[in-house]
Design a protein around this ligand. Structure first.
Ligand code: FES
Ligand code: FES
Length: 203
């Protein structure tokens, strides 16, 4: 289990500005009022993190766990850049308190890879040219991967509904939808192959 400590002497700001945290913080520094240690299961790894009651999951992921693939856009629930998956459903990490996420299964864009292999939607984004500035990309990837896990054959209307909370200022969405359709085809193909392999081996 990985352990992370937030230092209550203002060092969060210093760390955001690029300064390294103190190498050996005194054990006597008191925790911020109301803070408590929560266990977060992120990308199949359990972390213990000291969080304040009002702290949002987005900050904990980026600042404490250094999972900076999850982006901060609007910080108010309208752009979808900060999307992560919680218990199998897309969720806005800027609107989720870290304490609410304790004990739940969290997947970020860093967790989409399967071992050394990119998720089909990551590969298809690249081949379709579905990312331009890339700021929205992590949110789209998580949203689409999450839908594919639940439904590998969504209709056009289901795709549009699913990504309606993710805003992109660059692409016009056409290439994103093309990438999503192609990734769905790959996921279905993989499932068919794996069923065939299982049938052949009698498992
Ligand atoms: S940063 Fe969360 S929705 Fe925009
Ligand atoms: S690629 Fe730039 S905002 Fe989507």
């Amino acid at each position: 289990m990985a352990a992370h400590q937030r230092f209550p002497d203002g060092s969060l700001g210093a760390r955001r500005a690029g300064a390294a945290p103190p190498a050996a913080p005194p054990a006597t520094i008191p925790a911020p009022p109301g803070s408590r240690v929560v266990r977060l299961l992120v990308n199949a790894t359990e972390h213990e993190v000291l969080v304040r009651p009002q702290e949002i999951l987005l900050d904990v992921l980026r600042e404490d766990l250094r999972l900076v693939g999850t982006r901060r856009g609007c910080d108010m629930g309208t752009c979808g850049c900060c999307t992560v998956e919680i218990d199998g459903r897309p969720a806005l990490s800027c609107l989720t308190l870290a304490v609410e996420a304790a004990g739940r299964k969290i997947r970020t864009v860093e967790g989409l890879r399967d071992g050394g292999c990119l998720h089909p939607i990551q590969r298809c984004f690249e081949t379709a040219g579905a990312a331009q500035c890339g700021f929205c990309t992590s949110g789209f990837l998580v949203t689409i991967a999450s839908l594919l896990d639940r439904n590998p054959n969504p209709s056009e209307a289901e795709w549009r509904e699913e990504i309606s909370g993710n805003l992109c200022r660059c692409t016009g969405y056409v290439k994103i939808l093309d990438a999503a359709q192609e990734a769905a085809r790959m996921v279905r193909e993989r499932r068919t192959e794996s069923r065939r392999a299982n049938a052949a081996s009698g498992t």
